[in-house]
Design a protein around this ligand. Structure first.
Ligand code: IGP
Length: 262
């Protein structure tokens, strides 16, 4: 099994437990600015900064990190959105982290998890998220479409993650408007920013869609490369978690967007 398959197998167990427990997640109103609008309007490359304690590819990254302190530093540095990993088994995250961050910062908030069932979307929204992630590689067309529609109906933005051109076509076929290319292959862990350039060469840049480059962004050169390819934002975890100066590191990524892209 690849790591993605292992994670999804574990998610199925967790979702079955959630469903069997009959928990309900209280409704919560979304009061955050729309990530989509923020990215469309911005003149500079925006940063979606991630609270990431650990990952299956890197092991421990920042075990003792305090999510509220981390998110506050991101917010004060000018992040467009905070991403909080909520997966426990593989990333040492939690929904408590997400709720705590939701109470601490007013900007767009992404629940970073492996969504396979709409109950997880309810849970994310109830914990304060305004954006969810859908990973095309983890979903069949029908589930991808129905989760996307459900999240939209709930007023959430959806970041649809792809890794290759075939997955991009699947994202476009549900008319996803926020599409991110993960530079990391979730089957092999290989990271390559050339993936951003490859997907960009097939991406229909227009007034509707925004393009995001995710993973493996270590500094301004990488940000520049993503911007040049047409990205509106980068999603950054490890390099910011490891940084002694979050503010400097984050602001160094806010390079000019490429002029040829809408
Ligand atoms: O730590 P990095 O290399 O900056 O990557 C951040 C983010 O892109 C990565 O955590 C990520 C992208 N897509 C995901 C899907 C699930 C879990 C994690 C991810």
């Amino acid at each position: 099994m690849t790591i993605l398959e292992k994670i999804i197998a574990q998610k199925k167990i967790e979702v079955d437990q959630l469903l069997a427990s009959n928990v309900t997640f209280p409704e919560r109103e979304i009061t955050r600015p729309s990530l989509y609008q923020t990215l469309r309007k911005a003149k500079q490359l925006q940063v979606i900064s991630e609270m990431k304690r650990a990952s299956p590819s890197k092991g421990l990254i920042a075990d003792g990190a305090n999510p509220v302190k981390q998110a506050t530093a991101y917010y004060e540095a000018g992040a467009a959105c905070i991403s909080v990993l909520t997966d426990k088994e593989f990333f040492k995250g939690s929904f408590e982290d997400l709720s705590a961050v939701a109470d601490a910062v007013p900007i767009a908030l992404l629940c970073k998890d492996f969504m396979i069932h709409k109950i997880q979307i309810d849970q994310a929204k109830s914990a304060g998220a305004s954006v969810i992630l859908l990973i095309v590689a983890a979903l069949d067309d029908e589930t991808l479409g129905s989760l996307y529609t459900y999240a939209n109906e709930e007023g959430l933005d959806v970041l649809v993650e792809v890794h290759n051109v075939e997955e991009l076509q699947r994202a476009l076929s549900i008319d996803a408007r926020i599409i991110g290319v993960n530079n990391r292959d979730l089957h092999t862990f290989e990271v390559d920013l050339a993936q951003t350039e490859l997907i960009a060469s097939h991406f229909p840049f227009d007034e509707e869609r925004v393009f995001i480059s995710e993973s493996g962004i270590w500094g301004p050169e990488d940000a520049e490369r993503a911007a040049k390819a047409g990205a509106s934002a980068v999603l950054v975890g490890e390099s910011l978690m490891r940084s002694d100066s979050v503010k400097e590191a984050l602001q160094a990524l806010q390079v000019e967007k490429h002029v040829d892209r809408p």
